[in-house]
Write a protein that binds this ligand. Structure first.
Ligand code: PAF
Length: 272
């Protein structure tokens, strides 16, 4: 991978990079499409990063289908797919981690302690290996995107971070590799996230400014469908991710909901 990247750089070619954990879907493909338009060559990595999973999370069960992924990347015109193994990324004796002070203290970071440090560490390593000019991330993982932007700035990594909007199924469910865990009943319940977000967006458009009122209404909507357990619903500042009480400008509404076993996340900007 390093040789491939150095050769490209030496010949003056730019590299766009889409890091993934595999089990690719339309959301990843939209990142690849954007990546292709931004650089001469496109690299995708597939690595299910163990350090971003908590002890009770789905690392062992994380869906995998390398043959399908390779077929999809080939059709998407990807120039190289980097599939390291755990030993290559975390050889014995490796001891450096990337730790952010504040951004992980909100939203998903509260119920997934250590998750964003795992993400920041692996993304730093992948950027160091692939050495792209641009790296692309989806807005569904809004907090991840914020963490990576901050880390790239703080550590002077000197690459462009480009975001792409959430890609949704026809009924609004945000695309995710984890959607494949849903039973058909849970799949129906899972649309409540998008419905709650769009209803909240409408409330704000209609003049509601109390975050508490909007969150309570979204929670009622989600709790009314079977098999949902709310991890969190938050309305926050899109830069700092700190809670906002009064909606007076654009805010981020973000949520994590267990639908049966799978934990689904979604978010939307609300603009008065
Ligand atoms: O979003 C993901 O798939 C992962 O968190 C990432 C960025 C590839 C790091 O493991």
């Amino acid at each position: 991978m390093r040789r491939f990247s150095s050769d490209l750089r030496r010949s003056g070619k730019t590299i766009a990079f889409v890091p993934t954990m595999g089990f690719l879907h339309q959301g990843h493909l939209s990142l690849m499409e954007k990546g292709k338009s931004l650089a001469a060559r496109l690299v995708v990595s597939i690595f299910v990063n163990p350090t971003q999973f908590g002890p009770n999370e789905d690392l062992a069960a994380y869906p995998k289908d390398e043959a399908r992924d390779l077929d999809m990347t080939q059709k998407a015109g990807v120039d190289a797919v980097f599939i390291p193994d755990v030993q290559q990324i975390y050889p014995s004796g490796c001891q450096t981690v990337v730790l952010l002070k504040f951004l992980p203290g909100h939203l998903c970071g509260l119920s997934r302690p250590g998750h964003f440090n795992g993400v920041a560490t692996v993304v730093t390593k992948l950027l160091g290996i692939v050495r792209p000019h641009t790296a692309l991330f989806g807005e569904k993982d809004f907090q991840q995107l914020a963490v990576i932007r901050q880390m790239v700035k703080d550590l002077e990594i000197g690459i462009d971070i480009v975001a792409a909007p959430i890609v949704r199924e026809a009924d609004g469910l945000a695309m995710s590799s984890r959607n494949m865990y849903l039973t058909s009943d849970q799949r129906k319940s899972a649309t409540s996230l998008y419905r709650a977000l769009t209803a909240s967006r409408q409330m704000v458009k209609n003049g509601e400014t109390s975050a508490e009122v909007i969150i309570r209404s979204a929670a009622a909507r989600i709790s009314a469908v079977p098999e949902t357990i709310i991890d969190y619903i938050a309305i926050c500042d899109p830069q700092t991710l700190e809670d906002v009480a009064v909606v007076s400008g654009p805010v981020l509404m973000a949520m994590a909901i267990m639908v049966g076993k799978p934990r689904l996340i979604d978010n939307m900007m609300l603009t008065p």
